[in-house]
Structure formats: C-alpha cells, structure tokens
Design a protein around this ligand. Structure first.
Ligand code: NAD
Length: 498
C-alpha cells in the first residue's frame, strides 16, 4: 500500500490530481514522512477554477439571508471540530496543541464577523439627489477569487479571508501550504456539511506551479496571499500584471521596545510568549527586544531564566514549544545562530543543545537568546522565523524608534512601559501597521483589519474587518429616475444636479 496522498477538493469531493507530482508531508515532531500531498498541474488548476466559476452565478444570487445561514452553521461545526482541527494542525505543523486551539479560535472570530455580512454590505441611499432622481450605492461580489496561504497558520490564515469572501457572494479557490495541507480538507468538509453548495469552496493543493496557474488564470478576479516577503512581492506584481485585485501580506521582523520604567517580570513573560510561542514561526512573533538604557541587564536575566525553564518537544505531550516545520528550516535557523555568534553576539541561552521530549529525530531547536546583537548582523536584518530572540541595546527612546522605523518590515511592534505619554507618542510615530502597548502580539480582533506596512504588505487593503469586505466586493452607484412628464424633452447638455 502506498502512502496516503492528500488530494484536492473540487466540486464537493476530494479528488486525486491529474499529475503524478506529489510532495512529502512530515510529522515535524518525529521527522517522519506522515503522508504526501498532490501537487496540482495546469489541468488541476483549470478544473478547480472551472468549479468555482460554475458555482458563482448561483451563489451570487443566493439571498443574503440564506448565505448567512450557511455561515452560522459553519461557525457551529467549526466550534465542534476545533479539537480535531487542532490535532491536525499539530500533526503537520508541530505547534503545541494549545497553540493550535488558539489558532482555530482566532479563525472562528472571523466567521462570526462574516455572519453579520448583511449589515456590512448595506450601501447608502440618497432620495431626491436631483429633481425626481434617487441614488443608491451597493457592493457586489467579484467572482471566483484565490486565497494562497502559508504553512504557519493552516486554519487561521485561510479563515481571515474565506468566510468574508463567501459571505459576500464570491466563490473561493484556496491554495494551502504544501507543508501542512490536511486542515484545509477538513475545512472543506465542514463547509459542505454547513450547506455550502459544491464549487463555492475549492481546495487546490500544490506549489509554485499551482500558484502561478491561479495568478495567470483569466477567471480568477482577485488574489489574497500570505507568505514570505519575496513571494508576496512576486505575487503582487504578477497578479497585478494580469489585471487582478491583489493583497499580498509578507514577512516580518517585529520589535519589542522596552523602556527603563517597564515592569521587568511582566515584560520578560511577554517576550518569552511572543518570542518562542509556535517556535517563533509566527508573522507577529517578537524577534527583536530593543532594551532602552538600564533595563537591559535585568531584562536579559529575566528572559534567560524563563527560556531555560521551557520544555521543548512533541506538541502532543504538553510541552511549551514544538519543532520547526522542516529539517531544512531548522538547519537554516541554526545557521543564523552560528553567524550571530561569529559576528559577536552573546549566546545567552543556546537552543542548539536542546534535548527534546519526543521520539525519533524531529526538527527541534530550543529557545535561543542572543544579546548584544547589532543592526548589521544577519540575525537582525533577516526574518529568521524560529525560536531565536535577539536583544539590541540602545541608550534612548529616540534610538529605539529610529531602529524600528528604519527596518524594511512593518508588520507588528510593541512598547512596554508604564509611561502613558511615551506609549501614546510611540503609537503615533511608529511606522508599523499593528502596534501593541504592553501587548506583545497585537493581532487585531476580527472586526478590525490585520495588515502590516512597508515590506510586510503589498497592496493597500488589509485582511478581514471592513477592509476585508471592501476587498471582496466592488462598489456600484445606481442613479435612477422614474418616468414623469417633467422629464420629457431633448437636452444634450451635461446632466446638472438641479
Ligand atoms: P512562503 O512564501 O514560502 O509560501 C507561502 C505560499 O506561497 C505557499 O502556499 C507556497 O506554496 C507558495 N509559494 C512558495 N514559494 C513560491 C514561489 N516561488 N512562487 C509562487 N508561490 C510560492 O511562506 P511560508 O514559508 O509558507 O510562510 C512563512 C512566511 O509567511 C513568513 O515569512 C511569515 O512572516 C509570513 N507570514 C506573514 C503573515 C502576515 O500576515 N503578514 C502571516 C503568516 C505568515
């Protein structure tokens, strides 16, 4: 018997691909290949888009009340399946189960937001804009849209987009990460059980070939992408060149600025949670602590003490921190630690010595704390995406702000202080899309929008919240006049409002 192959979800059923291409999917905690995933070719892209295109006219015209009922049913089923989904995430991503449950909960929030789509789609109406003339505005769905997601949130990131796109009357082709594809298939089954017509939600598994096929396909009207900055930039350019609406969220280097008056224990707890949660594989992970003045020594000591106490291992065993996504990625992250050390950083806690609580040879690196990191080192300049927390020491608040604002990424940042004036000034002058005040991972709630600035987002629309509704709809303004004797007569002049 061959290995299990995760297929695509097209037209309301799981289907094998039309190519022989497949990739290994690992259990990162054991290092073993758990199954394979089909990698779509051009024929699969065409089948997937055809299903989404065929389902669009019927779904577009389905009344909002009925669409909303499907959303409410999906919300209920998602809640009931949250443990199953979390286990599927942990099995392929490696993050600990409690973290995976948190991911599902944050995705569920967006479904709840989308349940209110009727209110969100309401347009304006002006009576008597001109004599006997009324005007109303409406927002209509775009058609089949593509969502392309990264490995690090196989449930939450698709749910940033899919519920809103579907609620607004679009059909969706989701291209999940090939590293952890199974959760998307579970979502597809839940949508079907919720009563969503076949073809409204499609899963196309694959790699660059599937992505390029979607970016170029004339029937795909919009692309929501989340992933690394080089790929986000590329997706934005290629989809834009094909005339599509596109939002492409990229990578990050999130700084936590700590002022001398901060509560050291509370700040150290926050740095640990935000630096090492999900083994640092979060786009909102804190990767740089900017210690201002005298806080540096006590803060580094407090973070180090906590980091040494963390238990790294299989996410199903109640550990604090799981493995990295692949062996290659773990080796890359380890290489950054070595290059930081060589460049003069102090390795305060060395995760390379970790003895994980796991069977086999999983892709582990323990929590690693580097002090005296400078902005010239690659551990500072690059997004590492692993459990490596760098401390940069500066003398003043102004230096800290200059460092954050000079960084090409602008996803998230946080300030830790008890000085309300300093925090307020920071929130105002920092050039980053999402800011926390004594909150290390300031992921906005679903009715606000999620998105970074600079190289962390290409396009001008953020994810979910009203930005999400705007992205997945286009505006139309209708000017109407009903026949009336006063309107008769030929007049070739430009219509005036009187
Ligand atoms: P990635 O860029 O490697 O992959 C993202 C998606 O693009 C996947 O579906 C993948 O199959 C596809 N892809 C990969 N290479 C491609 C190529 N050359 N051409 C076309 N498509 C390609 O990202 P990843 O490693 O899966 O995820 C981690 C990255 O995502 C990190 O950089 C992280 O910061 C970022 N991320 C950002 C956010 C955000 O909101 N800004 C959220 C989560 C993750």
């Amino acid at each position: 018997m061959g290995a299990e192959i995760v297929g695509h979800w097209i037209g309301g059923a799981e289907t094998a691909g039309e190519t022989d291409r497949a990739a290994d999917v690992f259990d990162p905690a054991t290092g073993k290949v758990a199954r394979q995933v089909a990698l779509a070719g051009a024929a699969d892209v065409d089948r997937a888009v055809a299903a989404a295109t065929g389902a669009f006219p019927g779904w577009r015209d389905t009344p909002i009340s009925r669409r909303t009922r499907v959303l409410f049913a999906f919300r209920q089923l998602l809640d009931e399946a949250k443990d199953e989904l979390a286990e599927a995430i942990t099995a392929e991503h490696g993050k600990v189960v409690s973290d995976a449950q948190g991911e599902v909960a944050r995705g569920l929030e967006v479904v709840e937001f989308a349940c209110g789509i009727g209110h969100l789609l309401k347009g304006g109406h002006t009576e008597n804009a001109s004599t006997g003339v009324d005007v109303h505005a409406t927002r209509q769905p775009l058609g089949p849209v593509a969502v392309i997601s990264p490995f690090n949130f196989p449930v939450m990131v698709p749910l940033w987009f899919v519920p809103i796109a579907i609620a607004a009357g679009n059909t969706v082709v989701l291209k999940p990460s090939e590293k952890d594809p199974s959760a998307a298939l579970l979502l597809a089954r839940l949508w079907q059980r919720a009563g969503l017509p076949d073809g409204v939600f499609t899963v196309l598994n694959g790699d660059k070939e599937a992505v390029d096929g979607l970016l170029d396909h004339p029937d795909i009207k919009a692309v929501s992408f989340v992933g690394s900055t080089p790929v986000a930039r590329y997706v934005h350019q290629r989809a834009s060149a094909a005339g599509k609406r596109v939002q492409a969220l990229g990578g990050a280097k999130n700084h936590m600025v700590v002022l001398p008056d901060a509560d050291v224990d509370l700040t150290a707890d926050a740095a640990i949670n935000a630096g090492f949660g999900s083994a640092g594989e979060r786009c909102m992970a804190i990767s740089v602590v900017v210690a201002v003045g005298s806080v540096a020594d006590p803060l580094v000591a407090a973070i180090a003490e906590r980091a040494r106490g963390l238990r790294t291992g299989d996410g199903r065993r109640g550990c604090d921190m799981g493995p990295l996504i692949t062996g290659a990625h773990r080796d890359k992250v380890t290489g950054y630690v070595a290059s930081g050390e060589q460049a003069g950083a102090t390795v305060v806690v060395d995760g390379r010595d970790v003895e994980p609580d796991a069977d086999g040879s999983g892709f582990f690196l323990g929590p690693t704390l580097l002090d005296h990191v400078t902005p010239a080192m690659s551990v500072y300049t690059d997004e590492i995406f692993g459990p490596v927390l760098s401390v940069v020491r500066v003398e003043t608040y102004a230096e800290a702000v200059a460092l954050v604002n000079g960084n090409p990424y602008g996803n998230g940042t946080a300030i830790f202080t008890n000085d309300g004036g300093a925090a307020r000034r920071f929130a105002n002058e920092i050039e980053v899309g999402m800011v926390g005040v004594n909150v290390p991972i300031p992921v906005p709630v679903a009715y606000y929008s999620f998105g970074g600035w600079k190289d962390s987002l290409f396009g001008d629309t953020h994810a979910h919240g009203t930005d999400g509704v705007h992205f997945f709809t286009r505006g139309k303004v209708v000017t109407s006049r009903w026949p009336d004797d006063g309107h008769r007569g030929v007049d070739l002049g430009f219509p005036r409002n009187d």
